[in-house]
Design a protein around this ligand. Sequence first.
Ligand code: ARG
Length: 264
Amino acid sequence: MKKLIAALLVGTMVFSLSACGSKETASTDAATEAATDAAEGTEAAGGTLVMATNAEFPPYEYYEGGEVVGIDADIARAIAEDMGMEVKIDDMAFESIIAAVQSGKADFGAAGMTVTEDRLANVNFSETYAEAKQVIIVPEGSEIKTADDLSGKKVGVQLGTTGDILADDIEDGTVERYSKGAEAVQALVQGKIDAVIIDNEPAKVFVSENEGLTTIEDAYEAEQYAIAVAKDNTELLDKINASIANLKESGKLQEIIDKYISAE
Ligand code: ARG
């Protein structure tokens, strides 16, 4: 957003220069170039909001034909549209998202990200837009039936997620951390680990894509997903919150969710 303000200021300066009739062409070219550079860069500028995500998390964010799609991508586009802006998606490691938002490399993080106390120390979160929970994926017929049964087991998680935090608390457990949830699921299919702790909706997708897996649903508490914004960017946070309220009210949020998650 800072860049956006800078771009707007540059625009105003160019306008006043051309109004005086001096160096009209040169200034306009320079401004166009600056705007293009900014739009191609990783930072937000000139009508573009950069969304940090980790596109390994269907149905919230994943690749389809080279493009990042999913609930978060659609919500972000709808929010930006409310502000008359566009979204540029920056796909990165999940554990890099908060730092990207804090440093201003991204304007916000939308990644099926759960609101936690620890994260709140580093970023602000928007109003929540979805509820979720961690579930345990196990091979069919596994002796693991509850979270307590994970003690002494090898458990796979996506690095830096709430699943990772929960796995850390398992008594005598071994935690295998993967950069993608799908890699943890592959390790489970190959018998390298005993279980995977991951969010319920991606779990459904991964279980449906792999034979012989099943899910333990009621192992952990509910979590809330929200959009992460830098602590000092309350202006953007307010706009995002207003937009989320609109999306809820208009039914558009539900429409987006229904597009990616079929009701059971
Ligand atoms: N909800 C979990 C968390 O916030 C997992 C999110 C993972 N998201 C992703 N896009 N890979 O830690």
